[in-house]
Design a protein around this ligand. Structure first.
Ligand SMILES: [Zn+2]
Ligand SMILES: [Zn+2]
Length: 390
């Protein structure tokens, strides 16, 4: 008789909690996840998974033969933390000053290790399986580095599954979204060059400080009325700089920011408006304006057929009331690099406590409950079992 999946997840739960607390107390930022990598590798060794080289210094890839006739499943969790000083008072709070698991990747890692435990106990439950513990999601480059190093050539997969815990939904709720689920993210740096000179004799003409001040509030015009199912695109600056002294108008001012769009059409419109805005600012203030762009991550696009099957499996596993349909989010995730190449589904798993408010992702008071581990592991298993069948 096949054991009940809920029982198996329940049996793996105490270890998931223990691992989550250990990882949360020892967070490491992108591409520096050395201790984290050791913890994951040791656990997978214990469970009998075959650990494969990743080509990178951090992160772990592991395989299990699984049912030979099943479809090949790749399960992905990101493992990195953020340069944030934790303000949450829990016994397992960060012991690394200035570093915190402020996005919940500790939950992703521990839950996937829970999935690893269940699959190791019940080999053959799903098809040939690859687990990817991916470094540097927040550094936005980890997934691309793995793909460029040949991850999918060495470990070809038929479907990709993963999930992100969220403090925006209560524990027990799982959100799904067919099609575009998270935005395409790219970074820009605007450079304004002017004449500069004495602060007591400055004019509007050639003044990059005035030009920058006029530009910033207008960045949101770039994405005005651009939305998918009510979710707005975003364009904003996070770093601005100009000047060195109170009485000197500088020659250069810069603004670094991000553009988030859901579709190629929205992106084309936004870029057109962006260029027009820079041209207008340049004209109005007699400065030169120039922007450099860097692509960060493609949009997360869930395969509609895969997602419909995963959704049905989630309803069976968790109950109809626990599965919700979501609009896309303007946040980004580099799981997109995998989903661009292999059809799959990326889920959102609630982790907010019911008795008190908690902070946003990336905030020092971000928090999600341990119980989200169980829901994440159960959801990934439900999806993987369903997708194993052709
Ligand atoms: Zn994050
Ligand atoms: Zn994240």
């Amino acid at each position: 008789m096949i054991p009940d999946i809920d029982d198996l997840v329940g049996a793996a739960y105490p270890t998931m909690v223990e691992l989550r607390h250990d990882l949360h107390a020892h967070p490491e930022v992108s591409f520096r996840e050395r201790r984290t990598t050791e913890v994951i590798r040791a656990r997978l060794d214990d469970l009998g998974w075959t650990v494969a080289p990743t080509g990178l210094d951090t992160g772990v890839v592991a395989t299990l033969p699984g049912a030979r006739d099943g479809r090949r499943v790749l399960l992905r969790a990101d493992i990195d933390a953020l340069p944030v000083d934790e303000e949450v008072d829990v016994p397992f709070r960060s012991t690394h000053p200035g570093v915190m698991h402020a996005c919940g990747h500790d939950v992703h890692t521990a839950a996937l290790l829970g999935v690893a435990e269940v699959l190791a106990r019940l080999d053959g439950l799903v098809g040939p399986t690859t687990l990817v513990f991916q470094p540097a999601e927040e550094g936005l480059g980890g997934a691309r580095a793995l793909v460029e190093d040949g991850l999918l050539d060495r470990h070809p997969a038929d479907v990709v599954l993963g999930g992100h815990v969220t403090s925006l939904a209560p524990t027990g709720i799982v959100g799904v979204r067919p099609g575009v689920a998270m935005s395409r993210g790219e970074a820009f740096e605007i450079t304004l060059d002017g004449t500069g000179g004495h602060g007591a004799m400055s004019t509007r003409e050639g003044n990059v400080v005035l030009a920058l001040a006029a530009l910033l509030p207008r960045l949101e015009e770039v994405v005005a009325r651009l939305a998918t199912d009510g979710a707005p695109c975003a364009c904003s600056a996070g770093v601005v700089s100009a000047g060195t002294a109170n009485n000197v108008v500088p020659r250069r001012a810069t603004a670094r920011g991000t553009l988030r769009t859901f579709t190629p059409e929205q992106r084309a419109t936004a870029l057109e408006r962006f260029d027009a805005l820079l041209e207008q600012i340049a004209r109005d203030f007699g400065v030169r304006a120039h922007a450099a762009w860097q692509g960060l991550t493609p949009a997360v696009v869930n395969d509609p057929t895969v997602t419909a099957r995963v959704r049905a499996a989630l309803v069976t596993a968790l109950g109809d009331a626990h599965v919700v349909d979501l609009p896309p989010t303007s946040a980004s995730d580099d799981v997109a690099e995998l989903l661009e190449r292999v059809p799959g589904c990326y889920l959102f798993v609630g982790g907010a406590p019911s008795d008190r408010p908690v902070g946003m992702h990336h905030a020092p008071d971000f928090f999600v409950e341990d119980a989200s581990l169980r829901v994440m592991a159960r959801s990934l298993l439900a999806g993987a079992i369903e997708l194993t069948r052709p």
